[in-house]
Design a protein around this ligand. Structure first.
Ligand code: B1M
Length: 235
């Protein structure tokens, strides 16, 4: 290695065009402090929190996902990357929630049984809170009973479910079928999301909508709440 290579990289001296790919590399390498520093630098340079989230963090995790799929990265490395991502998200969370938006409604959300992926779900929660929704987050690995208990206690307008594995996504149908059995299905809107899902799957299991990403989740939730208010005011 040359002396030049060994020189420590000063993140604040990089241009935006250099810093963002460098943050992807740092996320890939699970370098929490560097990712954190990069987030602060972009914010100081006037970047919108949502732009930092999507361009620096989500895009970095997309690259991690490709190499995980291709067997270049393994679980321990991906966990480090996920931790670095979460550190960055924690900085952005209060900023995304700072919009002072009026209360839009309440959502209960959780990752389904057998599945421990929570980054996407956390992102949806953050964005929903930022848009003025009250969010009750059930965490990961939720059996149907957890959803039922939360529905009973929280009386949400929206139930959100997340699944990242092809083996766990069918569990969403287990939850919806149980809601139908109990006569509760029409009491709220069911939104589902997660990388392996699509529109057809969401229709097939009886959800109200599939949300490709957190921004779509917010838009979809808002649309359903507006429809609900229109129905109520017309009735
Ligand atoms: Co996992 N993993 N993983 N993993 N992991 C995937 C999902 C995988 C696609 C990787 C791959 O092979 N390319 C693959 C699944 C393959 C398949 O099912 N076909 C996989 C596998 C196989 C596994 C294990 C089985 C690996 C093993 O142990 N051998 C294991 C399973 C553990 C389990 O759950 N039981 C496992 C473990 C892990 C880690 C623990 C190491 C870690 C999770 C850490 C954590 O979440 N705290 C991890 C990670 C990080 C990933 C990848 C790399 C990244 C996921 C992520 O965070 N993406 C992932 C590869 C990938 O997805 N490309 C992979 C970033 C996030 C912002 O996007 O989650 O898609 P996403 O969320 C988006 C949308 O999908 C949507 O909005 C979000 C924000 O825009 N959305 C919703 C999500 N949920 C929503 C809910 C809504 C609405 C929208 O409700 C209204």
């Amino acid at each position: 290695m040359s002396d030049e290579d060994e020189e420590e990289l000063i993140l604040s001296e990089l241009s935006d065009e250099e810093l963002v790919p460098q943050m992807h590399d740092d996320l890939y390498d699970g370098l929490k402090e560097e990712v954190e520093e990069g987030v602060y630098i972009l914010l100081e340079r006037g970047w919108e929190p949502y732009a930092v989230l999507t361009n620096a963090l989500v895009e970095g995790m997309r690259i991690v996902g490709i190499d995980f799929r291709d067997g270049i990265l393994f679980v321990p490395e991906v966990l480090l990357a996920a931790n670095a991502m979460k550190t960055g998200m924690a900085i952005l969370k209060p900023l995304l929630a700072e919009t002072g938006a009026p209360r839009m409604g309440k959502m209960v959300i959780g990752t389904v049984k057998g599945d421990i992926h929570d980054i996407g779900k956390n992102l949806v929660s953050m964005m929903m809170e930022g848009a003025g929704f009250e969010v009750v987050d059930l965490g990961i690995n939720n059996p149907v009973e957890n959803y039922l208990e939360a529905i009973e206690n929280e009386k949400p307008d929206i139930l959100g479910m997340s699944a990242l594995l092809t083996t766990t996504m069918p569990y969403m149908k287990v939850v919806i079928d149980r809601l139908v059995e109990l006569g509760l299905r029409d009491d709220f809107v069911v939104l589902v999301g997660g990388a392996p899902l699509n529109e057809d799957f969401s229709k097939a299991i009886g959800a109200d909508a599939y949300c490709r990403d957190a921004a779509v989740a917010v838009e979809t939730a808002k649309e359903f709440m507006a429809r609900k208010h229109n129905v109520l005011s017309a009735g």
